[in-house]
Design a protein around this ligand. Structure first.
Ligand code: HH2
Length: 291
């Protein structure tokens, strides 16, 4: 089992397993693959849009995911599904900030904010968020500055294009080399700007065909320098891999892909079904540890 760590200048919740204070830094350590639970405070996310779109429902869902074993809960207020055009700043703030505040107050998981807007990241950090997950991959200088100033770990994801146009005709000469090079470059830039730790994420389904997604999955873990996060949960690739019908539930297939990723050394998987993933990863870990 590979060991992983994330460092933070900002205090992390000590109730969360693996959090320790070291001098003027806080460190989160874990081995194997941890779970990040998805909290979509949106009416239109591709798999759970509208289910948790009030503050109350989203907070209850986040608390439940922490209880089920999520090390991180990832709060998002803007769908990035293919074709989506984004939401105004005030709407995204209104959706995410009260949820971040209440999940931070509970202290049962690390709280990350899933946003491409520096103003949302800044407000979430002010509300206590421990991490920023940017599907835009920190191409925005202000986003880098906000996270560096706060001294928090981040997730940098690769996307070709924007959610609106990314699935129109994604093109690469060598998808694995191009995605890996982008992520290594962004991670080095973020660390030199003062961000204490970076997780990198190939961004399955973000400007990628089925063949691109499969090539990236087969090349995992992609990096031995930075912890790697993978998010395949309920995505179309699961449907295609499993030969599923349009409305078939994709949770079992998501677990299969994420177990494969975990076995390649991936540090964290971003999932909707935390209960199922936590159980599958625990069983896999127990079998391997015994061996
Ligand atoms: N996928 C989605 C959103 N955020 N962040 C990271 N780091 N990696 C991912 O693969 C990723 C992500 C899309 O999933 P979801 O949040 O369920 O859908 P929507 O964007 O429609 O809200």
């Amino acid at each position: 089992m590979r060991a992983h760590e994330l460092r933070s200048i900002r205090a992390l919740p000590t109730r969360v397993r693996g959090v320790q204070r070291e001098g003027d830094q806080w460190v989160l350590r874990w081995t194997g693959c941890a779970v990040m639970g998805v909290v979509n405070v949106t009416p239109d996310s591709f798999s759970d849009g509208g289910q948790f779109s009030t503050t109350q429902a989203a907070v209850a869902h986040g608390l439940r995911l922490a209880d089920q074993g999520a090390l991180v809960v990832d709060v998002g207020g803007e769908s990035s599904r293919p074709g989506s055009t984004g939401v105004p700043l005030d709407v995204e703030l209104e959706r995410t900030i009260p949820v971040v505040e209440q999940l931070v107050a509970a202290g049962t998981a690390l709280v990350s904010v899933d946003t491409r807007k520096a103003d949302v990241a800044a407000a979430a950090i002010k509300a206590g968020a421990h991490m920023v997950n940017d599907v835009g991959g920190f191409r925005s200088t202000r986003m880098v500055e906000v996270c560096a100033a706060a001294g928090i770990p981040v997730v940098a994801m690769h996307m070709q294009g924007t959610p609106e146009d990314m699935q129109i005709n994604p093109q690469y000469d060598d998808v694995v080399a191009e995605v890996t090079e982008f992520l290594e470059t962004q991670a080095a830039m973020l660390l030199s700007a003062g961000v204490p730790s970076v997780m990198i994420d190939p961004g399955l389904g973000f400007g990628k065909t089925y063949a691109h997604n499969i090539a990236l999955l087969r090349a995992l873990p992609l990096s031995l320098t930075h912890p790697v996060l993978v998010g395949a949960s309920r995505k179309r690739t699961i449907q295609q891999l499993g030969g599923l019908a349009d409305d078939d539930n994709r949770d079992a297939g998501s677990i299969a892909v994420h177990l494969f990723a975990a076995q390649q050394g991936v540090a964290m998987v971003r999932v909707h079904d935390v209960l199922g993933h936590h159980q599958a990863l625990a069983v896999d870990r127990a079998l391997r540890d015994d061996a």
